[in-house]
Design a protein around this ligand. Structure first.
Ligand code: ATP
Length: 303
């Protein structure tokens, strides 16, 4: 197989508790992670003797195309050659995975290339989990392993302890980014407390309303520091909170992207609400759709 096409779905931290910091500087996290049906796309050609890439798309500005790009570094870690074309829809440095999601998508494609066509989703997840343990992926970033699985999960440690969650009800969401890049290390440096309480075990959540009720007692421990660095995060959160039907508004990752959750809204109403925010804030990035069980969205196709 000479070519692959794969989506890199946006990662959303519904909660992000920062529970400590290791001596080597890595932060300890406790996070409920889901993926959204908005994504970058990678087209890869393996019939080449070097590593190269091109980038285009609405958010391509400033995205590197040399070895600084995690797409190329991911292929390099596996010792593979490829020519990749990245369609960039997710704003860079936005707390939605971005480069990590792209790197994870490349790894998914490269690692699943040899799987027989009759492989089940369970076989695929098992193969990915085994490779994640075997490879030193942390050099690429803490979010890469979770983005490789792109399914709802409880993530602990420095991102390497992943418990896939079957029982998270899909929930409609608005995703809004004020198109202001936020540096993750800068937000960590600005945090005053790193020893916050962890999340409790995630209970059975029968529906979207129960999920929102659970999330309300949880936190994103980076939100206060990120808002101080980038005040437009506060504007986004206020806009989401004031949107009719929004049960919870919170920041994802280290920002500046935020999500608003809607327990009871039709797809049509959600799309209209997104359009209203777009019109009021033409410079913001706005997306909408269900968060939840999207694993198949990130599966590569080969030709
Ligand atoms: P996270 O949600 O993990 O905090 P992020 O959204 O904050 O991630 P990225 O989108 O990965 O961060 O962007 C951080 C920086 O990484 C960018 O400023 C860019 O220079 C670099 N980078 C490397 N590879 C990529 C890529 N494929 N897409 C976007 N940025 C990339």
């Amino acid at each position: 197989m000479k070519r692959a096409k794969v989506h890199a779905p946006a990662k959303i931290n519904l909660t992000l508790h920062v529970t400590g910091q290791r001596d080597d500087g890595y932060h300890l996290l406790d996070s409920l992670v889901v993926f959204a049906p908005v994504h970058d796309t990678l087209d890869m050609n393996f019939d080449t003797s070097d590593l190269s890439m091109t980038v285009e798309g609405p958010e391509a500005d400033g995205v590197p195309t040399d070895m600084a790009n995690l797409v190329l570094r991911a292929a390099d870690i596996l010792g593979e050659h490829l020519a990749a074309h990245l369609t960039k829809n997710l704003p860079p440095a936005s707390g939605m995975g971005g480069g990590s999601a792209d790197a994870a998508a490349v790894l998914r494609a490269l690692l699943l290339r040899t799987l027989p066509p009759e492989a089940t989703l369970d076989d695929i997840v098992a193969q990915l989990l085994q490779k994640i343990q075997a490879l030193e992926l942390h050099a690429l970033g803490a979010d890469v392993p979770m983005c490789m699985l792109n399914m709802p999960m409880h993530v602990r440690g420095i991102g390497e302890q992943m418990t896939p969650l079957g029982g998270i009800p899909p929930i409609n969401a608005l995703l809004v980014n004020p198109r202001r890049a936020v540096s993750t290390p800068e937000v960590f440096r600005a945090m005053t407390t790193r020893d916050n309480p962890p999340m409790p075990e995630i209970p059975t959540l029968p529906d979207a309303a129960a999920l929102i009720a659970f999330l309300k007692d949880m936190r994103n421990d980076m939100q206060v520091a990120a808002k101080a660095i980038e005040p437009s995060i506060g504007d986004v959160l206020t806009t989401l909170e004031r949107t009719p039907g929004c049960g919870l508004a919170r920041m994802s990752g280290s920002g500046a992207s935020c999500f608003g959750l809607f327990a009871d809204i039709s797809d049509e109403e959600l799309a209209k609400t997104a359009q209203t925010i777009r019109r009021a804030h033409p410079d913001w990035w706005v997306a909408s759709g269900p968060l939840g069980n999207q694993f198949s969205l990130g599966l590569p196709t080969f030709s």
